[in-house]
Design a protein around this ligand. Sequence first.
Ligand code: SAH
Length: 234
Amino acid sequence: MNLVLLREEDFTAPGRVRIQGRRLRHVLEVHRAGVGDELVVGLLGGAVGRGRVTSLEGGLHLDVTLDRPPPPKLPLTLVLALPRPKVLNRTLAAATSLGAARIFLVNAWKVEKSYWKSPRLSEENLLEQRILGLEQARDTVLPELHLRRLLRPFAEDELPGILQGTLPILAHPGVPEPCPRAPGGPVTLVIGPEGGFIPAEVDLLARSGCRPVNLGERILRVETAVAALTGRLF
Ligand code: SAH
């Protein structure tokens, strides 16, 4: 947590907040903050600034000044085949830290049906993982998140619009074209499930306008592929 993310309801008066729970524990145990110390803070969806600890009684009391904009988002839309629940958490937090502006979680043949029933797909967890990613990256603005349980209608009806005005990249090991480096401008990046996309899905996505590219001979885990591809594209 490199930034204490505040919500409107944390404010007890203008410029004053009181925090409890996970954020309080983190500030005490990891930052080991005491009265008088300064922490980087930000308002969810708003500005970034500093908070001075004024008291630790009944929570963490801070006097805050919010005077800077959060870091800009990358012009990146990530289309991710739904990973297995544990990997979903890590990937969502990582994609948020990296600055993806928009994330779609979609179905694929090799996505197990049970993944869609996981409690990790609850609104609450999807929000929490993105918040962890924001706190990591000192950002305050949540990436948009959309769930699409059917790949074909998504690919045929919605994806062409999403791809418009962006470089449409489908990461798929073994295809001849290498992933471009820092092409400039907005990118839509499609990443497959742990078992990869099946050929019919690659065809479907390519018909919708995606360009299948490889990232080298090494097959990477989903969260590693997200980081490596984002680093290469921006
Ligand atoms: N066994 C699968 C690999 C899946 S890895 C297969 O052979 O297709 C999970 C996803 O990460 C892939 O679908 C792809 O989108 C991305 N990925 C991982 N390594 C990659 C590489 N070397 N080149 C392109 N995409 C890669």
